[in-house]
Write a new protein. Structure first.
Length: 406
């Protein structure tokens, strides 16, 4: 019996180690981040080397999925951009951006996710494209397994020949089904080919499970009305996060044409270039924009944008502070109850212990520092008022009430 018990404990320990190793391996196989990127002037491209803080294990290809965002809020809607990755290794990668239109005045940022193996609930792949000369190139890609419902999908171009802005492309998804989809690329500058040695990294899922707090969903842009000049001919929607993030999260987007043949407004052509980008991101929301590069002003394309939001939630969520202290986040997992900083304005209050304060903020600040559970008695100074403490003393056989002024 003792031997059987020892064997059972030993096997349980081995199982625990295997489970933890499996969990650790999956955690290491998924990374996300964002990088500011400086573009010298409109029409030019810029590249930036990105190093992983914790490198991947060697021996298996790393796939990077990325999209363009902006680090600075703008009063006017900006343009999309061609984005691609190069020189992807276990230690990092190079990302390049060529902005369309007038550019963003050095506010562009790249949001990215990197994976080495398919996270739980997803399918992952990389597909090579045949060489082509100009215009649009599309290719059908079959999933390894059929999804039960239409999956969410992300795609990014990966260039095998580095530093070639001639291969800058708008990339989008067409005809998404449960068992296949079509990837399409349109050159940013016409007759800039031939284009060769280009791969498409892709990841699709219906139920993704990763370590960091993650939101995945789709936005539908039903273009009943044509976009206006004031909106830079783009359609935009805001994603309101259900919880506050510690810092602006990573937001990666991919556009796709919806497969809705019953809609009379759907374009007959399935090769109209589409771009999507994140116009701005904060800890509470993100604004996603999409633009269809279609010469037909009467065309009403139906466009869907799949998005994934990855980040750490504000650690002060569900934290209760006492003594008038405020919760302040010093890190993604570091929440502390601290005294608030106060301005020096005169709006006196009188506390329940008979002390006057120049304003209520200073009162709360002192209560937090002293850890005193005192309240504000009334607005205005305590000066000129008499305060009493009530002592209630019970003697055997009789009761006496004594008042003592302070």
């Amino acid at each position: 019996m003792a031997y059987e018990h020892h064997l059972s404990v030993h096997l349980s320990f081995i199982f625990l180690l295997i489970f933890l190793a499996d969990q650790s391996s999956e955690a290491l196989s998924f990374k996300a981040g964002k990088e500011n990127i400086t573009i010298a002037s409109p029409g030019l491209f810029a590249c930036k080397e990105v190093s992983f803080q914790d490198p991947f294990n060697r021996g298996q290809d790393v796939k990077v999925l990325a999209s363009v965002g902006h680090a600075v809020k703008s009063e006017t809607t900006r343009n999309g951009a061609a984005i691609w990755v190069e020189d992807v290794t276990a230690n990092g990668f190079t990302v390049c951006v060529l902005e369309f239109g007038d550019g963003s005045n050095d506010t562009a940022e790249v949001n990215w996710i990197a994976v080495q193996s398919a996270p739980s609930g997803s399918q992952l792949g990389a597909t090579s494209l045949n060489s082509w000369t100009t215009g649009t190139e599309c290719k059908r890609i079959d999933f390894q397994q059929r999804f039960p419902t239409l999956p969410i999908i992300f795609v990014t171009a990966s260039h095998q020949f580095p530093k070639r802005p001639q291969d800058a492309m708008a990339v989008w998804v067409e005809d998404l089904h449960e068992d296949n989809f079509k990837i399409c690329l349109r050159e940013a500058k016409i007759f800039d080919g031939p284009h060769r040695n280009i791969k498409i990294n892709w990841m699709a899922f219906t139920n993704l499970r990763v370590d960091n707090f993650t939101i995945t969903d789709s936005l539908s842009f039903t273009n009943i009305n044509s976009p206006s000049y004031q909106d830079n001919y783009a359609f935009c929607q805001t994603i309101n996060f259900t919880d506050l993030f510690f810092a602006p999260p990573v937001v990666v987007v991919t556009p796709k044409h919806s497969d809705n043949n019953n809609n009379s407004n759907l374009s007959g052509s399935r090769c109209i270039a589409v771009t999507a980008w994140v116009e701005q991101t904060s800890t509470k929301d993100a604004k996603v924009c999409v633009r269809s590069y279609n010469s037909n002003a009467n065309n009403k394309d139906i466009i869907t944008v799949d998005y994934i939001v990855i980040g750490d939630l504000d650690p002060c969520i569900d934290v209760t502070c006492h003594y008038h202290c405020l919760c302040k986040a010093f890190g993604p997992r570091d929440a502390r109850c601290v005294a608030d900083s106060c301005p020096s304005y005169q709006e006196p209050v009188c506390s329940s212990n008979g002390t006057s304060y120049d304003n209520e903020c200073l009162f709360k600040q002192e209560m937090c520092l002293l850890r005193h559970n005192v309240t504000v008695q009334h607005p205005g100074s305590c000066e000129g008022e008499e305060y009493f403490k009530l002592f209630y003393i019970v003697y055997p056989g009789e009761e006496h009430t004594h008042f003592s002024s302070v």
